[in-house]
Structures are given as structure tokens and as C-alpha cells.
Design a protein. Structure first.
Length: 282
């Protein structure tokens, strides 16, 4: 039997609907959440992401500023802009699009963003709060993954969740959030031996390894929830996830497609974080 497809686009629209309602209520009190996005250079994928963030702000009624800076921008000038945005009262969320050009130290830039405006959840203080379990701004893609699992109605507590990938942006934070939901978590990565033996035990499998169609049906326990965080551009220009969707959906439980699964959730969670940051700052 073919598995149910988790429709990230639809879930994302539902969440955006409630955000829109709340922003309309706040607007009547003369208040607007504000997001600043900073893009340095002309990376084509980054340009698309930034445009989509700008559109989401317009669509939901947020105030937004997009700062498009040349690739030659110095670190000093970028830090000066971040400092200005940190102090700007109509800005509640700051996102510096990554990757940055090679001459700029990403860590210094992330560290410079005010903790309470770090809507990416990348600042070390927010990462530390995530580890401790304190209330923090959660990184957007991992938060989107958890939201999609919740919407399947499948309980995470007591389940064995396996995460493939250990990046700072997805693998590590997702594993912490799954633990917070009381799952028993195992992490696998490119150096893991006998990976299939581990993934075949997973009730919930989250894949973020960055290799097209890496996980096929032989990795998956029948009925397992499969969340594919991969976004790989193939030579033919098509987008592929880290999961071989066609084969895996024949054995898995609920599964996310690519595109239309985790992808649409990331910007929606960014919008949710910006509203949360705005309410906390106001
Ligand atoms: N580049 C790719 N994904 C992201 C993200 O989630 N945040 C930022 N700041 N840059 C990115």
C-alpha cells in the first residue's frame, strides 16, 4: 500500500493563515512585525530564497527591509549594518542569508546579531538555550520538521527517531527537538558503519545528509514516518530530495515529498519566529 503524503505546502498555508490573522489584529493596534534580510553577493539560490522571504512578508502584512549588498562588501561594513538593525525599533527579526562570500567570517556576523532578533536561531546563545531546553528562537527548518511530524498525529514520545546528517543547521538541532518531544534519538552521518541496520529500527526517520536519493526502501522499516530535508539540484536541473521517494513510499508510513514537503515550512517558521520576536520585544 502506498503511504500517505505529508503535504508541507498545505500545512504551511494553514499556519500562514493564522499568522495573517494575528498580524491583522496587531495592525489595528498600530503595530507591525518587522524583518530585515541581508544578502551579500549574487548567489542565484540565495537570491531566490531572499525574494521568497520578501514575498512572504508582503503576503502576511509584515514590515520588511531587504539589504542587497555587493559581494565586495567588507566584514566591517556588514557588521555596521547588523549593529544598525540591532538598534532599529521597527525591526524585530534579522536574517543574514548564508553562505557569505569567503572573505567574511560567518561566525563573527552571526555572533553580532542581537539574540532576541536572531530569527534563524543560529546565535550561540539561542543554540545553547535549545540544548538546555530553555525557551529560545528555534531554527526554522528543524522547527518545520517537528511541526510536520506533529501533524501526522503520530506520537513521538517513546519512539525511536533516527536522524541522518549532523549539520549545525538541521541534523543537530532536529535531534535535540526530537528529544524534547521524548523520542529516543540516534544520529547517523556519512561515517556511520552499517547505517541500514540502524535506520531500519527507526519509527521516525529524518534525512538531511545532502545526497540525492541516498535513502531507498532498504533503509526503511515498514510504516515508519519519513521526513526528507534534502534539496539537491540534479544535472538535468530537477530538484531531488535525499530520499528515493518512489521506492520508499511503497514501504513507509507518512512521507514528505520534495518539493512540497519540508521546503515550504522553512519560511513559514521564519515568519512565526519573527512574530514571536516582535511580541517579545514590544
Ligand atoms: N541559507 C540556506 N538556508 C538558510 C537559512 O535557513 N538561513 C540563512 N540565514 N541562510 C540560509
Amino acid at each position: 500500500m502506498t503511504a500517505p503524503i505529508i503535504n508541507g505546502k498545505q500545512v504551511s498555508e494553514e499556519i500562514r493563515g493564522s499568522l495573517r490573522g494575528e498580524v491583522e489584529r496587531l495592525a489595528k493596534q498600530g503595530f507591525k512585525p518587522g524583518l530585515a534580510v541581508v544578502l551579500v553577493g549574487e548567489d542565484p539560490a540565495s537570491q531566490v530564497y531572499v525574494r521568497n522571504k520578501e514575498k512572504a512578508c508582503q503576503d502576511l502584512g509584515y514590515y520588511s527591509e531587504v539589504h542587497r549588498l555587493p559581494a565586495s562588501t567588507s566584514q566591517e561594513d556588514l557588521l555596521a549594518l547588523v549593529d544598525k538593525l540591532n538598534r532599529q525599533e521597527n525591526i524585530h527579526g534579522i536574517l543574514v542569508q548564508l553562505p557569505l562570500p569567503g572573505h567574511i567570517d560567518e561566525k563573527s556576523v552571526i555572533d553580532a546579531i542581537a539574540v532576541e532578533k536572531d530569527v534563524d536561531g543560529f546565535h550561540p546563545v539561542n543554540v545553547g538555550n535549545l540544548v538546555i531546553g530553555d525557551d529560545s528562537l528555534l531554527p526554522c527548518t528543524p522547527a518545520g520538521v517537528i511541526e510536520l511530524i506533529k501533524r501526522t498525529g503520530i506520537e513521538m514520545a517513546g519512539k525511536h527517531a533516527v536522524v541522518i546528517g549532523r549539520s549545525n543547521i538541521v541534523g543537530k538541532p532536529v535531534s535535540l527537538l526530537l528529544q524534547r518531544e521524548h523520542a529516543t534519538v540516534t544520529m547517523c552521518h556519512s561515517k556511520t558503519a552499517n547505517m541500514k541496520e540502524i535506520t531500519k529500527q527507526a519509527d521516525i526517520l529524518v534525512v538531511a545528509i545532502g545526497r540525492a536519493n541516498f535513502v531507498d526502501a532498504s533503509y526503511v522499516k515498514p510504516g515508519a514516518v519519513v521526513i526528507d530535508v534534502g534539496m539537491n539540484r540534479l544535472d538535468n536541473g530537477k530538484l531531488a530530495g535525499d530520499v528515493d521517494f518512489e521506492s520508499v513510499k511503497e514501504v513507509s508510513g507518512p512521507i514528505t515529498p520534495v518539493p512540497g514537503g519540508v521546503g515550504p515550512m522553512t519560511i513559514t517558521m521564519l515568519m512565526q519566529n519573527t512574530l514571536l520576536a516582535a511580541k517579545r520585544l514590544n
